[in-house]
Design a binder for this molecule. Sequence first.
Ligand code: PLP
Length: 389
Amino acid sequence: MSQKIKLAERLKNVKPSGIRRFFRLAEKTSSSINLSVGEPDFRPPKHALDAGLQAAKEGKTHYAQTNGIQELREALAQKAYRDYGLNYDPDSEILITVGGTEAVFLALFSLVNPGEEVLIPDPGFVCYEPGIFLAGGIPVHFPLLEKNEFRPSIDNVISLLTEKSRVMMLNFPNNPTGAILSYNEAASLAKIAVERDMIVISDEVYEKIIYNDAKHYCLATFPGMQERTLVVNSFSKTYAMTGLRVGYVYGPKELISSLWLAHQYTVACVDTLAQYIALAALRGPQDFVENMVREFDRRRRLVYKRLNEIKGFHCLLPKGAFYVYPNVKNFGMSSEQFAEFLAKEAKVITVPGSAFGNYGEGYIRLSYAAAYSDLEKALNRIEKAVKKV
Ligand SMILES: Cc1ncc(COP(=O)(O)O)c(C=O)c1O
């Protein structure tokens, strides 16, 4: 074929994720410690995996219903009521998706028209901006600044609104900073959405990974919000099931029905066996989650303490998720150069803050979803390496 291959215009702004590049670097760097990846190092609860094996033996290997198996949607409706007092109809207001990733994509794809603006946190999760570009929309970044403990400034969000503002994307507990919203902040953001008649996509995949007495506020619980919020969630982080690809989204019928349509013609349905595993995880004892979060907490304190002991780093204690986001501006390198330096000199793989947006520059993300002993080793290596700077 001599003709030059021409790709669709809509991909022109979409770049590969900056996380994947460092992930590959980890594979290439022998004896490296990989703190770049955003997934628990735990295995899913055994009773959940057993339920998957049982489902396989029973021949539950066929297509599932497009919107997900009935039992899982029912269990999720109960979860929303149990956790937040929210009522969702399992048949029309819940959709099971291929991880939170598909849910975010479907939401943006179904809601955003070309030229419409979507507010996104910066630094923020790497899927948001490409999803907006693929929908033809315009991302508008609202900063999460260290001086405000990486929480949004409400005045700043208001100042970014225009008549084209259509959707507000939120993600708390936040990846990459570990920040959470206070009740007042969540309420103020909800009020903006109601007053401006905006839709909120609230990515709450880290809802259960919060520490001490911190509290997570589901955006759909605020007045006037349930009818305008898509709550994205996932089994990936809560039950250490990243590879099984089960996520879900709650929302009003009118919105869920359009996500459902896009979902039908892209993936048909989510892996049936994985849905049975998710169902057992949700219905079974939750001590797995508590134990995992307790262990993350131990690691969080270690990484926070050790990083602040190393000259040059400045690190806040994250309140949720499993990342720390230290300031590395003192080292006089860009965050990309610094992450490369750590990969080469310390054989510790991190992610440069710039991968999460322009406001992420000057920081790196370390995931502490790695063994405690590996974290100790990694921090010793980092300490030794930065002495050379
Ligand atoms: C904020 C956030 N949202 C969504 C996801 C997607 O996860 P999954 O597709 O595995 O559910 C991730 C994964 O890292 C994330 O950090």
